[in-house]
Ligand binder design. Sequence first.
Ligand code: SAM
Length: 236
Amino acid sequence: MDNGWEASAQAWISLMGEEGDFSRKQVLDKPMLERVRLRQDQRVLDVGCGEGRFCRMVAPYAQKVTGVDPTDSLLQRAASLSDQTFVKAKAEALPFENASFDLVLSYLSLIDIADAKAAIEEMARVLAPGGRILVANLNSWNTASQSEERGWSRSEGGGTQMTVDHYLQEYSHWGEWKGMRIRNWHRPMAFYMHEFLQAGLSLSHFDEPWASGEGRAESYNRAPYLYLMEWQKARD
Ligand SMILES: C[S@@+](CC[C@H](N)C(=O)[O-])C[C@H]1O[C@@H](n2cnc3c(N)ncnc32)[C@H](O)[C@@H]1O
């Protein structure tokens, strides 16, 4: 099933640059890196690594970083910018032995993955006992607001409001912005919670970080956009 990523790859590379977009630079990078830095000497896997920006950021704090992604053009870009290991694969079928990583990352990739249940099972399988899965995700309220008749609009009182609908359902939609056309998935928060719990993991950290800076950060901080969660695998 096409998800639009190969056709959108060059636009994505331009959008990311070296610093990332607003959500990364002004919201997620700092708290994500703080969690990574809690423990070092880790074998790190970045699932849905894209053009490898976060792999490059994590590299100073890890023994070895491996990125996986199914999109050729993004992987080629990642490999051209660092000597880390990049592997073409889907999250639903990770080509690694059981228990081979201490930290598994999913940085805004779960919403792009068609079979997120299989992906979460795979992330848990390749995680070593005592290891962590660190996830940055679009808030499900946010993904339930992304269609033409939803999202931000003017309210009768003259202010702005965000409209959310069909929250409890699971569905995909095509989002278009800045030269990209990509298929994303909306799933309620309970879906993700159930699947990580079902995989035998315990929640060890949760956050909804504030955006820093001015301008866009102000409207951003009014609504549920992004969250971080970290899941721990029990030691044997
Ligand atoms: C929004 S980008 C995030 C990339 C990177 N983690 C970042 O934060 O810049 C989503 C990524 O998920 C990848 N992707 C799409 N389907 C996937 C799948 N089934 N398994 C793993 N990655 C997938 C895309 O190729 C894309 O690189």
